[in-house]
Design a protein around this ligand. Structure first.
Ligand SMILES: O=c1ccn([C@@H]2O[C@H](COP(=O)(O)O)[C@@H](O)[C@H]2O)c(=O)[nH]1
Length: 236
């Protein structure tokens, strides 16, 4: 069975800001209310990989949400380059060829980096999947991709917490489920479509929740982070 995760370590704060200075100021304000930070496109392309190394050196955990997807050789070599940063998680799109290449890069690098397969973005609903050319519903597409991720040996899955129970049945207890699209009750949904509260995510068997704008846009980000952690603790 996997190690128990404390409610605080279950929260991953998305640092979707323009500069590393802004991100560092936010981390300072959040203080010990969170320990795990996600770096995606915006910050990743603006010095975020250097920040990731500094955060790891300072004892924080880092999720590199770079959603790699390319020919196998390029993905494998990209994963090998990223493995040295010391991050905990790295995302790739959950296409079999891409996941195989990422798993191979991880194994060749011999680091503790865990690869997460992004199944279907939480900003997609069934109509968006249809528009993109898929005949399956989002839930079925997530299940197909989760099964492929397990078969290939990927460490975890990114999906909406709305599919977490179904995904858990597919991937078993040892792989991770990480869910963006998390909104505390009453928070603005923005462009997310498959949205779940922190408490519901815990009840559905999610390992980590990713929360960006509800924390980064708050007047008191530390207080919002604390409330989310308390809500998850009460639901576990
Ligand atoms: O399916 C996915 C995969 C990744 N994300 C990322 O998570 C955060 C969510 O931010 P919010 O501000 O809480 O909406 C963001 O960085 C996305 O790139 C996702 O939302 N859905």
């Amino acid at each position: 069975m996997p190690e128990p995760i404390s409610p605080r370590d279950r929260l991953i704060v998305a640092l979707d800001m323009a500069t590393t200075d802004e991100a560092e100021r936010l981390i300072e304000r959040i203080g010990d209310a969170a320990s795990f930070y996600k770096i995606g496109y915006r910050l990743g392309y603006a010095g975020g990989l250097g920040l990731a190394e500094r955060l790891v050196r300072g004892g924080r955990k880092v999720f590199l949400d770079l959603k790699l997807h390319d020919i196998g050789n390029t993905v494998e070599e990209g994963v090998q380059s990223l493995a040295g940063i010391g991050a905990t998680f790295l995302t790739v799109h959950a296409y079999p060829q891409t996941m195989r290449a990422a798993a191979s890069g991880r194994d060749k690098a011999g680091s503790g980096l865990k690869i997460l397969g992004v199944t279907v973005l939480t900003s997609y609903d069934d109509a968006d999947a249809r528009e993109a050319g898929y005949a399956l519903s989002v839930a079925d597409l997530v299940a197909v991709r989760a099964a492929a991720a397990k078969a290939i040996g990927i460490d975890g899955i990114v999906c909406s917490a709305a599919e977490a129970a179904q995904v858990r049945a597919v991937i078993g207890p040892d792989r991770l489920i990480v869910t963006p699209g998390i909104r505390p009750a009453g928070a603005e949904i923005g462009d997310q479509k498959r949205v779940v509260t922190p408490a519901e995510a815990m009840r559905a068997g999610v390992d980590h929740v990713v929360v960006g704008r509800p924390i980064t846009g708050a007047g008191d980000p530390r207080d919002v982070a604390r409330r989310i952690v308390d809500e998850m603790a009460a639901a576990l």
